[in-house]
Ligand binder design. Structure first.
Ligand SMILES: NC(=O)c1ccc[n+]([C@@H]2O[C@H](COP(=O)([O-])OP(=O)(O)OC[C@H]3O[C@@H](n4cnc5c(N)ncnc54)[C@H](OP(=O)(O)O)[C@@H]3O)[C@@H](O)[C@H]2O)c1
Length: 264
């Protein structure tokens, strides 16, 4: 059994705790500064929550889950002593974390997304030079508790993960909201509009997953020539919506690179 020490007991930590608390491979401990949050975590998960971390050992796992801007301060006085470090903090490079953690390179950087809160997340993982295959298996085991994972070869690829799956839920909600507004404008009652949009996204995502077909082919299958769907898609195509989405993704990736430089 391994110890996971969480630094920061916010939303992401709680998502992981809710899934890992029944996993007999791990003993869980949280360092959290906010007394009300401490009480919530103790009551909800029946685990040890303290203000600060005890000294760790190389057998332990340190999971960094404070906001990036709080990280340097939160790491002051932390004695990681060679523990495996997992960081979900957006934009903080392995080198920056290493500078704040006794120059360790046993670091896995993780870019998760919000559906992790219900166990349907998607995370990109990058292993620094001091990470073994056994460490990678542990990181994967932990993140698979809240969704699916993919390893990236280069640290910079995490910017792309940010631009697709990290920020992606917001793009999906944007589209959902636009469809919801359109339905309401056409006179559909709000509860029915919400239900129609939700079930359309859930059903389409599951159809895509279960059929295994590519997205373009699935789109063609619901688009008869000269029909209703074709009329709608012609509007998207005339506005070059695919290009706009590509530009949005690139803007996100560029902002991720910029923020990472500022934080480094
Ligand atoms: N939520 C997501 O879907 C998501 C996605 C991708 C990446 N991430 C990353 O995950 C990390 C955590 O996000 P989150 O949404 O869980 O944040 P959060 O809800 O703000 O949780 C962070 C917690 O850490 C506490 N904290 C701050 N400084 C501390 C210290 N020195 N010692 C102990 N605890 C301290 C905060 O307390 P106070 O409230 O008192 O400051 C807060 O309770 C962030 O780095 C974020 O970039 C999150």
């Amino acid at each position: 059994m391994k110890n996971i020490y969480f630094l920061g007991g916010g939303n992401m930590c709680a998502a992981l705790l809710s899934r890992l608390k029944t996993d007999s491979d791990f003993r869980l401990f949280v360092a959290e500064q906010n007394p009300a949050r401490q009480a919530f975590l103790r009551q909800t998960f029946d685990i040890t929550v303290e203000n600060a971390l005890p000294p760790l050992t190389a057998d332990d796992i340190l999971l960094l889950a404070v906001k990036p801007q709080d990280m340097q301060n939160a790491l002051q006085g932390v004695q990681a002593n060679g523990a495996l470090v997992l960081s979900i903090a957006a934009g903080l490079s392995c080198q920056t974390l290493s500078n704040w953690l006794d120059n360790t390179h046993r670091i896995v950087r993780i870019m998760p997304n919000t559906p992790a809160q219900i166990g349907l997340g998607f995370a990109g993982l990058f292993a620094d030079s001091g990470v073994s295959n056994a460490d990678k298996a542990i990181a994967e085991h932990i993140m698979n508790a809240v969704g699916k994972t993919v390893w990236v070869e280069n640290e910079d690829d995490l910017h792309t993960v940010t631009a697709i799956s990290g920020s992606g839920p917001a793009y999906v909600f944007y589209l959902m909201n636009a469809l919801f507004q359109a339905a309401c404008d056409l006179g559909m009652p709000q509860d029915k509009a919400r239900q129609s949009v939700l079930q359309t996204f859930i059903g389409s995502a599951q159809l895509a997953e279960q059929s295994g077909e590519d997205f373009g082919e699935l789109q063609r299958k619901v688009t008869s020539k000269g029909g209703t769907t074709a009329a709608a898609l012609a509007v998207f195509e005339n506005a070059q919506t695919d290009k706009i989405i590509q530009q949005a993704v690139i803007a996100c990736q560029n902002r991720s690179i910029e923020m990472s430089k500022q934080m480094g």
